[in-house]
Design a protein around this ligand. Structure first.
Ligand SMILES: Cc1cc2nc3c(=O)[nH]c(=O)nc-3n(C[C@H](O)[C@H](O)[C@H](O)COP(=O)(O)OP(=O)(O)OC[C@H]3O[C@@H](n4cnc5c(N)ncnc54)[C@H](O)[C@@H]3O)c2cc1C
Length: 818
């Protein structure tokens, strides 16, 4: 233990592991929330891990509004921290310029600028003359354009860390250096204490902010934290004429590089397309204020691009070559929140080269999460529950992070799929679909067919912001579902059995809809938190008096299982079992689905015998399976839950019998455009923890008056009569050539009133369709909608849109999934 450390405690209300910028920010913010009994343990000295050698760029824009909010808060914090603590942070608001070498990159920059402004971050699309004036050292003749964000800046990472530490100490936190956490004590599934190199500390709350060590620390207690280090390099030059502290940060993503001023020289680093993973077998003992070997060969691609952009670099003398490890996650978003495996075990790690920018906001959010025992806002993109244990596999991570580093500067084309670490989970139909030309994408480890290439067509996606190469094929699949019959492999659905004498009571408390239904019925329902926000939306099928099947989206599997498990009352005679892998699911959708299913099953599928919302055992060939009449595409159809071993037989039988009714395999892109036309909501986009069923337009799936009380009921009651000042609206674009992809700003009378949650091309309507929340100081009702002209900002172009409360396409009046 360091001589300067305070006395070693035997008990603390919270123990934070890791004295980097993130751990210190959590400690600082916990004390700001009034928690003084906070112990931070650092095995070396503060900032000795990754933090000390970070470049210190602080770029505010992220792909979600709440992640952007976190960084905006970091900027405010770093601006005022010196005045509060007396420790400088090196924060300088020098602005940033991002440049585009290609037209497609420029589309992305324009989209980013529009999104930034909608998120409250000032951003300007600027011409090359303006860019050159702001950055005189830059060669611009080969560029297409640029974006200027005046509020971006840079900070000194070690100084920010010390300032946060000083603030935390002033608030009562004990920061102990030279103390290594060697184990976490877990009792009854909850944190009970830590073992350290100095002695044990009893605690009920642990925060793992151990940077690239976090995965190993998590593994000790069975907590999966999918991150892996990669080498990250930059150089710093001696002073260069014309470089001053005011020089903006420069990003040239097509050249994979970033540049900032450092002591009147330039610091230049970047994200090369395939990075070098490091530390797969563990981080060496004593790795403190350490760096890795120079690798000029690997750096060459960055150097070549940098010299092209900044010719002055060619003659500059390199003062430092720094190669330091940083941890990256499988999707480039950081990892926050309470681990599903252990109660009160929190994680703040995997900052994927954005930890300096994010630490202020992430530390505050994590502190609020701990104090409030729930996330303070929708942080789903960063939530640890977006992963499953297999994501923490070292081989998978090693492969994936090598690609993910370069993704920082990829053009963010819609639907871009990663190519590494694939094939973690395959449906039993995977090979069949492959033979039929499936183009696969990955979700929660599952390989899923996105679209099908006809014979002779290459199923590799070709990305762009316009109509991608699959557009026409997916359109045909979409039409098959509307006009004939389409077959979707939906095996990736998460499926849970809830069994036991108290299964009904347990689910009644969790679900906002009434699930005290007869066996053989299905209910679409929300699971809400105490505030009335969505924890999930899912379907519940009653199998028997004491058995239910709960079906939810692939991406929600971990969080929904966690939520259900946590809320099973102690002593309840109810168990929940994940049966996802036991069943394949085929969605047979379209007006001819009844004919086809009747043909192969011989079952009576007439409306009277098999109404909407019914679920029955039927047989196809020798396979016994469950057919559920429900739809996510808005057509007559059945979801078939088939024992995995029989899936191929059933699939073949359907195809065999389906030839003359126009059966067609269809993928997830078609499902997306079908559901968008019907305005069916998707978890994580239209429904998040911040949205209530009233705001989401899903009030029909709530039974406020049901006999059993449910989570969120009181909040919903209170909010029922409030006029909706935030509401989900649907949009149909006037211009049939316009193509929205999601995240576009929504304008009413020229003013931004919201952002798009999901969008795509509605092939039945022949136009772009979208959904998004709109906010207004008064009620959002039909007069409000009729009283203004709406538009979406698509990469700087304003495209007029027809707004509405109802689904853009709804000839049958069918309601969502029930
Ligand atoms: C070359 C480079 C340039 C970068 N540039 C930028 C940039 O410009 N902008 C930006 O935002 N980000 C940048 N980053 C990323 C940024 O540095 C990291 O995201 C950030 O420092 C992560 O902070 P942390 O607190 O999570 O991790 P760390 O700083 O690594 O802190 C974790 C701490 O936990 C301690 N620890 C681990 N295990 C234990 C244990 N068992 N017991 C006790 N203590 C333990 C470690 O000793 C370490 O000090 C860069 C990274 C690199 C490598």
């Amino acid at each position: 233990m360091s001589a300067l450390s305070p006395p070693f405690p035997t008990h603390a209300r919270v123990v934070i592991v890791g004295g980097g910028i993130v751990g210190n920010s959590v400690a600082y913010h916990l004390t700001k929330l009034g928690w003084r009994d906070v112990a931070l343990l650092e095995q070396g000295t503060l900032s000795c891990g990754t933090t000390w050698h970070a470049a210190g760029l602080v770029g505010q824009l992220r792909s979600s509004i709440n992640l952007t909010r976190l960084i905006r808060y970091s900027v405010d914090l770093y601006t005022g921290l010196e005045a509060e603590t007396g420790q400088s942070t090196g924060w300088k608001r020098c602005g940033s310029i991002s440049v585009a070498r290609t037209a497609e990159r420029m589309v992305q920059l324009k989209r980013n600028a529009a999104m930034a402004n909608a998120f409250g971050v000032e951003a300007h699309v600027i011409g090359l003359e303006d860019a050159a004036a702001r950055y005189p050292l830059m060669r611009t003749e080969d560029l297409v354009g640029a974006v200027w964000i005046p509020g971006d800046g840079k900070a000194n990472p070690a100084d920010v860390t010390q300032a946060l530490a000083r603030g935390a100490r002033a608030g009562g936190a004990r920061l102990l250096e030279g103390v290594k956490v060697t184990g976490v004590k877990v009792v009854n599934g909850a944190v009970a204490g830590v073992e350290t190199s100095v002695g044990p500390i009893a605690t009920e709350i642990l925060v793992n902010c151990a940077g690239m060590w976090a995965r190993e620390l998590g593994r000790m207690s069975g907590v999966a934290i999918p991150l892996h280090a990669c080498e990250h390099m930059y150089i710093v030059t001696q002073p260069i004429a014309g470089v001053s502290a005011d020089l903006p940060v420069l990003r040239d993503p097509d050249g994979h590089i970033y540049v900032k001023e450092e002591v009147q020289g330039l610091l230049m680093g970047g994200f090369d397309p395939w990075a070098k993973p490091w530390g797969t077998d563990g981080i060496p003992d004593g790795f403190s204020f350490s760096t890795l070997k120079e690798d000029w060969e690997k750096f060459e691609v960055l150097m070549t691009n940098a010299v092209k952009r900044l010719p002055a670099l060619e003659r500059a003398e390199v003062r430092t070559f720094l190669n330091g490890p940083e941890s990256f996650t499988p999707d480039n978003y950081f990892i926050m929140g309470e681990a599903p495996e252990v109660r009160r075990y929190y994680v703040g790690a995997g900052f994927s080269s954005g930890g300096i920018a994010a630490a202020g906001g992430a530390g505050r959010a994590l502190a609020e999460w701990i104090v409030g025992d729930r996330p303070p806002m929708d942080l789903w993109p960063a939530d640890i529950r977006r992963f499953a244990p297999f994501h923490a596999d070292r081989r998978f991570l090693r492969e994936r992070v090598s690609e993910i580093v370069g993704v920082h500067y990829h053009i963010a084309f819609p639907n871009r799929e990663l190519t590494s670490g694939r094939g973690l989970r395959r449906s039993p139909l995977h090979d069949r679909l492959g033979e039929r030309g499936a183009s696969f994408g990955a979700k929660m480890g599952w390989e899923r067919a996105n679209w099908f290439a006809p014979a002779g067509v290459d199923p590799t996606p070709v990305y762009s912001f316009g109509r991608q190469n699959w557009f026409d094929y997916s359109a045909a699949e979409h039409r098959a579902a509307r006009e004939a019959v389409a077959l979707f492999d939906q095996t990736s659905f998460a499926k849970f059995r809830v069994d036991g004498a108290d299964a009904e009571a347990a689910l009644q408390r969790l679900c906002a809809n009434d699930v005290a239904i007869a066996p053989g019925r299905i209910v679409y329902t929300a699971m809400l938190n105490e505030q009335g926000g969505f924890e999930s939306d899912l379907t519940v099928t009653r199998l028997a008096a004491d058995a239910y099947l709960v079906v939810t989206g692939a991406g929600q599997a971990t969080r929904d299982l966690d939520w259900i498990r946590r809320h099973l009352p102690a002593g309840a005679r109810a168990t929940v079992t994940d049966v996802t892998d036991a069943f394949a699911v085929l969605g047979l959708m379209g007006p001819r689905s009844r004919d086809l299913l009747a043909r192969v099953s011989g079952a009576d599928l007439a409306n009277r015998a098999f109404p909407f919302g019914a679920s029955r055992e039927i047989a196809i060939g020798r396979a016994s399976l469950r057919a559920s009449r429900i739809t996510y595409v808005g057509e007559l159809g059945w979801e078939l839950y088939i024992p995995a071993a029989s899936a191929r037989d059933v699939y073949d039988a359907l195809h065999e019998a389906g030839r003359d009714v126009g059966l067609r395999d269809a993928g997830y892109y078609a499902m997306e455009t079908l559901r968008l036309e019907k305005a069916y909501r998707a978890w994580g986009r239209e429904v998040t923890i911040e949205d209530t069923p009233w705001e989401a337009g899903l009030g029909f799936a709530v039974r406020l008056d049901k006999a059993a009380p449910f989570l969120g009921q009181e909040a919903l009651r209170r909010r029922r009569d409030e006029p909706p000042t935030k509401r989900l609206l649907t949009f149909v674009l006037e211009d049939p050539a316009a193509l929205p992809w999601g995240d576009e700003p929504i304008l009413r009378e020229g003013r931004v009133v919201g952002t798009v949650t999901s969008a795509g091309f509605g092939h039945t309507l022949g136009r772009g369709v979208a959904m998004g929340y709109v906010r207004h100081s008064g009620p959002i009702d039909q007069p409000y909608i009729d009283g203004g002209r709406f538009a979406l900002d698509i990469a700087g172009e304003r495209v007029s849109a027809r707004a509405g409360l109802a689904a853009p396409y709804d000839p049958s009046g069918l309601r969502i999934r029930s």
